[in-house]
Design a protein. Structure first.
Length: 100
């Protein structure tokens, strides 16, 4: 909460919050991911609301990895997201989850 207070006091009115696709499966996401993302996002929304800060949710890691890099949740270094209709559909379901 102190971070949001600091942002507010310095004139920041919007934050971007990156999340991984496994947030839709909290509190028990598939391995190797850990739970707690949804609770953390809920906390961020509460703190942001207290300080009138807007939040932009960024689906930062899509299922199958959009670029094969670790920061996109690649487990094996491969990029499978753009060539897999299943991963693309799963991404859309995660987005629907986030907006609901």
């Amino acid at each position: 909460m102190e971070d949001f207070k600091f942002l507010y006091e310095h004139g920041i009115n919007t934050v971007r919050i990156p999340v991984g696709w496994w947030i839709a499966y909290d509190p028990d996401p598939p391995n190797p991911f850990i739970g707690g993302s949804l609770e953390a996002l809920d906390n961020a929304f509460s703190w942001a609301q207290e300080y009138d800060i807007k939040c932009i949710i960024d689906l930062h890691a899509a299922p199958g990895s959009q670029n094969g890099m670790e920061h996109s949740a690649s487990i094996d270094g491969f990029t499978e997201w753009p060539t897999s209709p299943d991963y693309i559909s799963k991404s859309l379901r995660v987005i629907e989850f986030l907006i609901s």
